[in-house]
Design a protein around this ligand. Structure first.
Ligand code: ADP
Ligand code: ZN
Ligand code: ZN
Length: 691
């Protein structure tokens, strides 16, 4: 073999803990190597797929040859590879843990490619028979909407614009026009939405205008459907991709526009490592692609609001509601009768931790629901219970029934007859004896959506009530059944949790009631006010979307919290400005940068040792960079709120730093690949949840 033929390359291999792996590239394959090409590689006795990143010098160690190039599969786009490098760097992850984001599961297994090959041939026959629908013309925009389109279209390449517009102001119409313009200019467009299963209308609105160019990427698709959509985008057949969080890595090229709808939504944040925030990745991607980025929301996140304040983003507003009349709002202060439960009441009492003997819904709210029903209109009742559901408390010692594997109380299901752990899935018939003191005085606490469903159908004659909550979301068919029954009017009232407030467009809903608002306000989290505000604004946006003005009813235990009033007045800018001031005072994000380092291990002592060691190492790393306590602070190590999950102990370290300091300086990538830490540490940059 001549030296000439001896070439080596770097590869990103999905789910390898390393950053890059080196392979020898046989002469016969050298011609085909370009950045992003997918190859079959031997990795620790297995055959995996890796993406070619570039040539390198002959390494000092022995390395194995590339086995072959994956056929009939387009290479990862070069700019997407750039984006993944950025994600790895920013979210403190090795590239090996990041590259899989570039495409669905089948992309990373050589066998899956073979199976796909067979399917593709079958499909080619089928597609020819599909009828292709005509595209519907776009609606004529109002002056205000046109101005928003012009503002975005005339912004510099790579610039981000925040579009703040109340529900019904026509943000989606603006998106559609911008997408059409982008396609006309020969470029592609990427549209991100928080959750497609809940908002099928959004999908339809894009489909009727771009029937041939649209590809849709979300978890409700079967693997084969997903694969088809992915290839339509990768092959250049689809110029518009509409998708959820992971679609921010869609295989588009020549992107001209990226839209993030409901940019404040929590679901854009990924909770698996690397914990990327799709909105922020979208902004970065638009910069790398010289595309324009548009973030839309009725209630922008504080992060985006601050970026607009500081001039990093442009901002446009839509202030006129196009389709709907204003809502009337009513605030009900109502304290249901509390069950007296002796030993309970230690520590902080949350509103849902009482046991109610009387009805849960205020008579005034019941009257409004009954009135709407009598007029043939529909209602929604949202139970705000962030993380607190029904559980069982011992009336003697005050202990809750807990999951044996996790440090959380179990949640009651099936009308109280079963306990379920929402973290590990553990389930058993509800115990009748306290596990710590053996007392049989057990009290069922909290309000569940099931009680609510029952109470309303009992109190309002003839009212057909249905329920939409987390349990239902696990089944797509069940979900669409509930939604279509409500849409058709077969169901009169829909009861559920926060998710009800998102995105649905039911023209016959004229009443939205939010119960237990203060649950969200008193959780110990600096984002609780923001979350409650968004919930109330969005809930209000669900009412009166048709031709009838709506009512928003808010039932509280008596708290006259300013957040409730600002939300009901729709004073978004004032809320954001006030809240930003609070964050400044507390040195909380988005004013500072925050990184959550989570460590877990089944051996508690070992875990604490490792955490203490990491604390020392971090201090040294920062000192070496001359970072002072004014630049960076560490809180912890401390037990996580859920200090034990699935039998594994959990510890948190929270890093707060000046925003200009790049995360990789605070938690250098060497740490994540260090042997002792690899499997026990998870780094979450810009964390959203601290459980
Ligand atoms: P948003 O996305 O801000 O909630 P939408 O785009 O969904 O608002 O608009 C609300 C409703 O008003 C939709 O049914 C939409 O088709 C309609 N609408 C908005 N702008 C126009 C327009 N310029 N002409 C006709 N209908 C419009
Ligand atoms: Zn007890
Ligand atoms: Zn559990």
């Amino acid at each position: 073999m001549t030296l000439e033929n001896e070439k080596y390359g770097l590869f990103a291999v999905a789910n390898a803990t390393a950053h890059e792996l080196t392979y020898r590239i046989p002469a016969g394959l050298q011609q085909q190597m370009q950045r992003g090409v997918l190859c079959a590689l031997p990795v620790q006795g297995r055959k995996l797929v890796g993406a070619f990143l570039g040539w390198c010098d002959k390494p000092s160690f022995e390395c194995r040859p590339v086995e072959g190039v994956i056929e009939n599969c387009p290479p990862l786009k070069s700019k997407l590879v750039d984006l993944l490098y950025w994600v790895a760097g920013y979210y403190c992850a090795p590239l090996g843990r990041t590259i899989h984001l570039a495409g669905p599961g089948f992309l990373w297994s050589p066998e899956a490619h073979l199976k796909r090959h067979k399917r593709t041939e079958k499909r080619a026959r089928k597609i020819r028979n599909e009828t292709e629908n005509e595209a519907l013309p776009l609606k004529q925009l109002t002056e205000e909407q046109q101005a928003a389109v012009r503002a975005v279209a005339s912004s510099e390449d790579g610039r981000t614009t925040l579009l703040q517009g109340v529900t019904g102001s026509g943000k989606t119409e603006v998106y559609l026009h911008l997408v059409a313009q982008t396609l006309e200019s020969g470029k592609t467009a990427l549209v991100l939405v928080p959750e497609i299963a809940l908002t099928p209308q959004m999908c339809e609105r894009f489909r009727v205008h771009f029937p041939r160019q649209l590809a849709v990427l979300h978890s409700g698709l079967t693997a084969v459907e997903y694969e088809r959509e992915w290839f339509r985008a990768a092959g250049g057949e689809a110029g518009v991709v509409l998708g959820v969080r992971s679609a921010v890595f869609a295989p588009l090229e020549n992107i001209g526009l990226i839209i993030v709808d409901e940019e404040h939504e929590q679901s854009y944040k990924c909770d698996e490592f690397p914990c990327y925030q799709a909105r922020d990745v979208a902004v970065k991607r638009s910069q790398l692609e010289n595309a324009r980025c548009l973030l839309g929301s009725a209630t922008p996140s504080l992060e985006s609001f601050l970026n607009a304040e500081r001039g990093r983003y442009s901002k446009v507003q839509l202030q006129t509601r196009h389709s709907r009349l204003s809502n009337r709002t009513e605030l009900f202060q109502y304290r249901p009768k509390l069950h007296s439960t002796g030993g309970i009441g230690r520590g902080v009492v949350k509103s849902s931790q009482f046991s109610f003997t009387g009805p849960v819904v205020a008579q005034g709210v019941v009257d409004l629901i009954a009135d709407a029903h009598a007029r043939g209109e529909q209602s929604m009742v949202i139970l705000n219970r962030r993380g607190f559901a029904q559980f069982v408390l011992c009336g003697d010692c005050g202990e809750a029934l807990k999951c044996p594997n996790c440090s959380v109380s179990t949640t009651l299901h099936s009308r109280g007859t079963r306990e379920l752990c929402h973290y590990c899935g553990f389930s058993r018939p509800t115990l009748s004896e306290c596990t710590s003191c053996k007392s049989s005085k057990l009290v069922h606490m909290g309000i569940g959506t099931q009680n609510l469903e029952q109470e309303l159908s009992e109190r309002i004659h003839g009212l057909v009530v249905d329920r939409l909550d987390r349990d239902v979301l696990t089944s797509h068919s069940r979900l669409s059944e509930i939604i279509s029954k409500f849409r058709s009017g077969e169901t009169h009232c829909l009861v559920g949790t926060q998710m009800l407030s998102k995105g649905h467009d039911f023209p016959k809903v004229t009443l939205v009631a939010v119960l237990n608002v203060e649950d969200g306000l008193f959780v110990p989290d600096y984002r609780s006010a923001e979350r409650t505000f968004q919930l109330l604004c969005q809930a209000a946006g669900r009412s009166g979307r048709g031709r009838i003005a709506g009512v928003v009813a808010v039932q509280s235990l008596g708290a006259n919290h300013p957040v409730i009033h600002l939300a009901l007045e729709g004073a978004v800018d004032r809320f954001l400005a006030d809240e930003l001031q609070m964050r400044q005072l507390g040195w909380h994000p988005p004013v500072c940068r925050q990184i959550l380092v989570e460590m877990q291990h089944s051996n508690e002592n070992y875990l604490l040792q490792q955490a203490a060691q990491l604390q020392k190492d971090l201090a040294e790393i920062w000192q070496a960079q001359k970072l002072t306590p004014a630049d960076v602070r560490l809180t912890g190590p401390m037990p996580a709120v859920l200090s034990k999950l699935r039998g594994v102990h959990r510890v948190h370290l929270v890093i707060s730093a000046r925003k200009e300091i790049h995360p990789a300086r605070l938690v250098p990538p060497e740490l994540s690949v260090r042997k002792e830490l690899q499997h026990i540490m998870r780094v979450d940059v810009d964390p959203f949840s601290f459980l």
